[in-house]
Write a protein that binds this ligand. Structure first.
Ligand code: SF4
Ligand code: SF4
Length: 305
């Protein structure tokens, strides 16, 4: 087994929303997109990051006493963290018994991922589940992503890739050889709006989806539904027309915007730019779902949730 390493930020067992059956989802760190609504901001940078949970801190002072880089300071206003000075040595995490200081991201080998994922093999067999690679963007670490998928297939597991499709086609094509199901994220059909809301245009993403559709891998589209940003009739109509032309798209899942990741932004010293945006109501989601159903090919199931 390859000793290749990659950076992940979580492995979630018993996942039931990341593909069929009971699954283990491996969350890769690093993503080329910067979606305004991202609820996993810890996934954006591939580098590890220190986060601080103020509510867990017992004030023992071990973290700033032990920091060798002067990146932590005790002030009358509380603990101050100088991210630019931090060398990510992990000493503060090691000595924080309250688990208030945490390292987001860890380096793992392919074998370590497979060992963890294999623990639930009996559940996969009984439920039709398997392993899902998500993120972040798994293809942002292409060699590691490929090696984990290949090793998963060698173990006889069903594999799902959750991707934004923002990767060179040659790279994606090689990875897809070991993928049984693709969860493909769509954010906006208009290239300028796509760039405004995610930081990248959508031409490559749309072109990769068309090429992927030529292979015989089933595809499920996932669209985060963000009020005022991508839920206009014009955008939904364009999406329905585009997807209706594809033959391997089996389903579109509309994911209502939520703010559950907002607190993470503060802990990572990042701005949450959708502070005033409220999630869509159930009625609004039903309206959008019905609108899509009326316009998309009958071959494609439309669900929300
Ligand atoms: S990771 Fe190391 S350098 Fe960074 S704050 Fe903690 S102890 Fe200091
Ligand atoms: S080591 Fe942990 S609990 Fe102690 S002061 Fe630092 S963050 Fe708080």
């Amino acid at each position: 087994m390859s000793e290749l390493t990659g950076t992940i930020f979580d492995i979630k067992r018993f996942a039931v929303h990341d593909g069929p059956g009971i699954r283990t989802t491996v969350f890769f760190k690093g993503c080329p997109l910067r979606c305004l609504w991202c609820h996993n901001p810890e996934s954006m940078k591939i580098q590890k990051q220190i986060v601080f949970f103020e509510n867990k801190c017992i004030g023992c002072g071990e973290c700033f006493k032990r920091c060798p880089s002067g990146a932590l300071e005790a002030t009358p206003e509380g603990r101050v963290y100088y991210r630019a000075k931090c060398k990510l040595c992990g000493t503060c995490v090691e000595y924080c018994y309250a688990e208030a200081t945490v390292m987001e991201g860890k380096t793992v080998t392919v074998q370590e991922v497979i060992d963890e994922v294999k623990k639930d093999m009996p559940f996969y067999e009984n439920s039709g589940g398997g392993v899902t690679l998500s993120g972040g963007e798994p293809t942002f670490q292409p060699d590691f992503c490929l090696a984990v998928l290949k090793a998963s297939k060698e173990e006889g597991m069903h594999t799902t890739l959750d991707t934004s499709g923002c990767v060179k086609w040659d790279t994606l094509e090689k990875i897809l050889e070991y993928v049984d199901l693709v969860l493909y994220d769509m954010k906006h059909m208009n290239p300028d709006k796509h760039k405004e809301f995610t930081g990248v245009p959508n031409e490559l993403i749309l072109s990769n989806l068309k090429k992927m559709d030529q292979l015989s891998i089933p595809i499920e589209i996932r669209m985060p539904t963000i009020p005022e940003l991508n839920d206009s009739q014009e955008n939904l109509q364009a999406l329905a027309e585009f997807l209706s032309e594809l033959k391997n798209v089996k389903r579109i899942k509309l994911l209502p915007y939520h703010r559950l990741g907002e607190g993470k932004y503060e802990r990572l010293d990042m701005d949450y730019r959708l502070k005033d945006l409220q999630p869509p109501s159930k009625e609004r989601m039903k309206e959008i779902t019905d609108f899509m159903r009326d316009r998309i090919s009958e071959r494609i199931e439309v669900i929300s949730g």
